[in-house]
Design a protein around this ligand. Sequence first.
Ligand code: SIN
Length: 330
Amino acid sequence: MKPIITLAGLVLAVASAFAQAEPIVIKFSHVVAEDTPKGKGALMFKRLVEERLPGQVSVEVYPNSSLYGDANELEALRNNEVQLLAPSLAKFEQYTKQLQVFDLPFLFDDLDAVNRFQKRAKGRQLLRAMEDENITGLAYWHNGMKQLSATRALRMPSDASGLAFRIQPSAVLESQFAQLGAAANKIAFSKVFTSLQDGTVQGAENPWSNIYSQKMHTVQPYITETNHGVLDYMLVSNTRFWFGIPHQIRTELEGIIDEVTYEVNRAAEDANQADRASILQAGTSEIITLTPEEREAWRAKMRPVWQQFGSVIGEDIINAAQTVNRKQRN
Ligand code: SIN
């Protein structure tokens, strides 16, 4: 018997052939400038995907909060309106408390220690902490250690008393500034420069890369090199979108992410140090370096935050994070 091809069947077959010919579009939105560790990582991801998966996947990168900003990017991801983000780890509080471990002050000695924690079992486990929320962690990307900037010289913790600092939306960071007798205002990253410029807040905490790329040094006459915390990112996708990508293409994308992650993390510290040098050269801010005793005073003052958030974050996670420092402390 001859097969009967109906018109409707033909239309469906043609439509599905076209559907398969359409590339998968990945919108990658972020809030920083392109010349930063994250900005460069996003562009490298786009370049490698378009070289290796031409016609199959296309990547659109939206920097500087030009598509979504802090207020709405994670909801947009969960609704699959954007497919890749790399928010700072402080911005996931609404979806998991476990990632707050990264906000604890003076937990990690340096970026190498952060790196070791992220590679160990507990760190890798945290990439999966938000899957029930339809958010899948694909990698950690470094930016760098945070420095305190202000309109006043901050040498001892008491110098920060009475100032208002901009913070990311994190209860841990709020408590950190409360220990100093300072106010903390949660402000979206896109508004940080103007908030510092118009005096809404008098200080902030950022890695060198964000200070320099946002020109914060032009409105913050003092920057204290505290290295008191880390600002890193989790590259995340919408779980249903990500696992719906055909297996072969997803495997290729995961390989590309590994390559980009290696490069972002290899280059981040040097990029931050280059931006520190540019700030020094600009001569707009005095960079204050602390003696070991002064740094210890900041550490001791902020330390009660650990007790406050120990059970919220999970003591097992905090203990695992502590073991990555080369020098063990009490
Ligand atoms: C970012 O580096 O993505 C912004 C972090 C912040 O809001 O301070």
